[in-house]
Design a protein around this ligand. Structure first.
Ligand code: NDP
Length: 348
């Protein structure tokens, strides 16, 4: 049932959050979105259908204690997406862990103080499930990433600690609200705003020569439009509980390159040609990974040569989510990057 009370959406400017915002507005909700700059910096949010009547943008920062107090006041539902999403950072503690963890704790505490909040939906990540595929294992919501650290895949570490902090807060303080968590894999699809998301950069990197060869890497892919629907379903469905692994099909790098080639993005782009996705190739890539920036090197060493398998039955069964095919999301991502100028049209 749609409530007159606003839904608080943190990090409203983000790639995923903008789609959640659109979905909330389309479904008739009032929304209080938190951002870091003045509202006029977000014309792509303010011009969404329904925004003029039902969107309010307020300032809040993950690093400032109590910053979300006003934003969550009077809200029944809070969707917490704000968290730094970067792979290559200078200082993982201050750039990733502090805002992710302290921000989650301060947001949860604002919700506790507000007393009106009935549910928090948290955008966690596959990163909190695992930071390395295990070819013989199918990952589910039962799994927790126990391997990451400030030194090893620190973005994954920040997401794991932040999700733990949210569950610990619930256990410790027993507030008047519950917590439902969405754990998406690689989120692709069109962007509502002008920035390129770190996840869509993965596809751009494949096209502009960042990868010197085809490697034995694979990604679970989920469309940003489905991720938005999953957040709404998690918010609205009274029976929703716990974590929800949120991903459609997974694709191997070889398949991705093949798709881009067959879709006409070969000439004028720098798709990798040498195929190092066999066993020997993986040994070579792992050796070469030591020449890469630290976090990229670590990522390659923990991912190359492993197949990621996961079970998305819970989100399909309990939240009724069906997934846009990965191939559609990949092509829509490319077209969208061309539209925004993140990818230059091929010069043939
Ligand atoms: P974006 O970078 O587009 O969004 C991140 C959001 O967090 C932005 O709104 C950003 O605000 C905000 N933010 C960052 N630092 C702070 C801070 N100190 N105070 C307040 N707000 C802050 O990324 P996505 O939309 O892709 O990610 C959204 C969420 O989804 C994140 O929690 C991410 O970890 C998670 N996720 C993303 C996946 C993906 O593949 N994209 C996969 C799984 C999880 P500003 O615009 O001001 O920088």
């Amino acid at each position: 049932m749609i409530t007159e009370k606003p839904v608080c959406l943190t990090g409203a400017s983000g790639f995923i959050a903008a789609h959640i915002l659109r979905e909330l507005l389309v479904n008739g909700y009032r929304v209080r979105g938190t951002v870091r700059k003045k509202p006029e910096n977000y014309p792509y949010l303010l011009s969404l259908p329904g925004a003029a009547e039902r969107l309010e943008l307020v300032n809040a920062d993950l690093l400032l204690e109590g910053s979300f107090d006003k934003a969550v006041e009077g809200c029944e539902y809070v969707i917490h997406t704000a968290s730094p999403f970067e792979i290559n950072v200078g200082d993982p503690q201050t750039d990733l862990v502090d805002p992710a963890v302290n921000g989650t704790e301060t947001l949860m505490d604002s919700c506790r103080k507000a007393r009106s909040v009935r549910r928090v939906v948290l955008t966690s990540s596959i990163a909190a499930i695992t930071d390395e595929p295990e070819s013989s294992k199918v990952f589910t919501e039962e799994d927790w990433n126990t391997m990451s650290s400030l030194d090893r895949n620190p973005y994954y570490y920040s997401k794991t600690l932040a999700e733990h902090a949210a569950w610990d807060f619930i256990m410790r303080t027993k507030p008047g609200f519950d917590l439902v968590v969405i754990n998406p894999f690689l989120v692709l699809g069109p962007s509502l705003g002008p920035s390129i998301s770190t996840s869509c950069e993965t596809i751009r990197d494949l096209m502009v020569g960042v990868y010197p060869a085809i490697m034995d890497l694979n990604w679970g892919i989920v469309d940003v439009r489905d991720v938005a629907k999953a957040h709404l379903a998690a918010m609205e469905n009274k029976e929703a509980s716990g974590r929800y692994l949120c991903s459609g099909d997974s694709m191997h790098m070889r398949e991705l390159i093949g798709l881009l080639r067959s879709s006409g993005y070969e000439k004028g782009y720098a798709l990798p040609k040498p195929d190092l996705s066999g066993t020997l190739g993986s040994v070579i890539i792992k050796g070469l990974s030591f020449t890469q920036p630290k976090n990229i090197g670590k990522y390659l060493r923990t991912h190359v040569g492993r197949t990621m398998r996961f079970d998305n039955a819970k989100i399909r069964r309990e939240l009724g989510i069906s997934f846009i095919p990965a191939k559609t999301s990949v092509i829509d991502t490319v077209e969208d990057m061309l539209k925004w100028g993140h990818l230059k049209p091929a010069k043939i």
